[in-house]
Design a protein around this ligand. Structure first.
Ligand SMILES: CC(C)(COP(=O)(O)OP(=O)(O)OC[C@H]1O[C@@H](n2cnc3c(N)ncnc32)[C@H](O)[C@@H]1OP(=O)(O)O)[C@@H](O)C(=O)NCCC(=O)NCCS
Length: 381
């Protein structure tokens, strides 16, 4: 058996949803650079990932309406969120459990016909920003704010966080961040979603599994850790080079750097770096941009390490006054669009994902029953 650790370089499925071609990221054949240049709406990108075509005006209008109908969350879900604010939980764990609960409260959660599957996708996509914003307020002792049906996902999310409609520049930045994170070939969480879908499990289970995977700091959880690092350097007035050298000497990973696929440039970084520059300037938080550039320069020069999507997105979200432990949840509310497209594609492919592992433990050990008296039920006497 030849082992490909971490499945590096292994191709396990075909897809029409997204591709990485010579350091360019394409969504259903459309380059993300063009989507950004043309200010594509996140809703258009969701449509593109689900239907593999750019919607017409009428199709987009109908699609947005279908999403907005699904955006509100029930009082039961709000009560469940309230309970979870009492514990010392990471918000990604709250999101994971609440998405799972959405499935519990959806009477149609187990239906597999096309119309029901579509409704489940709309619900998962549309309710996620509402859940995140409600939780962000509840944990501060504030009441959740219901979504407005005339706002986009980006605008609605910022509105539901604060109760005020955000400035155009912030809405546009949030929209762009959502577009850039929407899908990315067979990344770890998308693969998790596809593995779950390959068993023909339901959409709520697949998305719950994917959120668990995204949470880890080697994947989506990196953006939160990036800001922890920047704060640590800034608040202790540390020398950047010494700080990074110490980290590297201890063989610690610097969060927001490195990538399994990209070795020279992550095509999403330049857009997020530009946004970080603009937003830090508007909000007079330039120190984060300059510090980030310093970290980028030093790691590139000394180790050839490149920033990934998580590095500058941390500063972008910070400029919107979003708490750093919510950064990965914003990643999730974008990536759920890709996950849902992949779940559908995987189910249509109808092939169980079930690789093998190479066993390296002891073999043929003798089994000797432990010498204890057992009750018939199995408990010790
Ligand atoms: C993303 C990541 C898991 C990719 O891992 P990978 O494909 O297994 O990378 P590699 O193991 O091929 O890395 C090659 C070398 O660069 C080093 N390296 C990679 N990313 C690094 C980082 N962020 N900080 C320090 N060193 C890093 C590795 O330690 C390895 O060094 P070695 O050859 O001396 O052992 C890894 O870069 C990482 O952990 N990054 C930090 C977390 C992060 O930002 N995740 C978000 C990804 S979008």
């Amino acid at each position: 058996m030849e082992i490909q650790k971490g499945l590096e370089g292994v191709v396990v499925s075909e897809t029409k949803i997204s591709s990485i071609v010579e350091n360019q990221l394409l969504f259903a054949g459309v380059n993300i650079d063009d989507l950004v240049a043309e200010n594509a709406q996140f809703e258009e990108v969701i449509y593109l990932l689900w239907f593999l075509k750019i919607p017409t005006n009428q199709e987009l209008k109908t699609f947005k309406k279908e999403l907005s109908v699904q955006m509100p969350i029930s009082d039961t879900i709000i009560t469940c969120l309230k309970i979870q604010t009492r514990q010392n939980l990471h918000p990604m764990s709250v999101l994971r459990s609440t998405i799972s609960l959405l499935g519990v409260f959806d009477p149609n959660a187990e239906a597999t016909d096309e119309q029901s599957t579509y409704q489940q996708s709309l619900a998962l996509q549309a309710k996620m920003p509402t859940i995140i914003a409600a939780y962000a307020r509840l944990r501060k002792g504030l009441d959740p704010i219901p979504p407005k049906n005339n706002l986009s996902i980006a605008a609605n999310f910022l509105y539901m966080l604060t109760g005020k409609e955000a400035e155009e520049v912030q809405i546009s930045a949030m929209n762009q961040a959502l577009v850039l994170h929407a899908d990315h070939d067979l990344n770890a969480s998308t693969f998790t979603a596809r593995v779950c879908a390959s068993t023909l499990s339901d959409a709520y289970s697949c998305i719950t599994a994917a959120i668990g995977s995204l949470k880890g700091p080697l994947h989506g959880g990196a953006n939160e850790k990036v800001f922890d690092m920047l704060k640590e350097i800034d608040s202790n007035n540390l020398n950047v080079e010494e700080y990074l050298n110490r980290k590297l000497d201890r063989k610690e990973k610097v969060m927001g750097f490195g990538h399994r696929v990209y070795k020279t440039e992550d095509p999403r970084k330049k857009h997020l770096k530009k946004l970080a520059k603009e937003l830090t300037s508007i909000t007079q938080k330039e120190q984060w941009y300059f510090l980030s550039c310093q970290v980028e320069r030093y790691l590139k020069e000394t180790k050839g390490l490149i920033p990934n999507v998580d590095f500058y997105s941390a500063t972008v979200y910070h400029c919107m006054d979003i708490d750093s432990d919510l950064f990965t949840l914003i990643f999730a509310m974008s990536r759920v669009s890709g996950w849902l497209g992949h779940i559908d594609e995987q189910k249509k492919d109808d092939c169980l994902i079930r690789p093998r592992s190479h066993y390296i433990g002891p073999k043929q050990l003798e089994y000797n029953r432990i010498n204890t008296e057992l009750h018939p039920g199995g408990m010790e006497a």
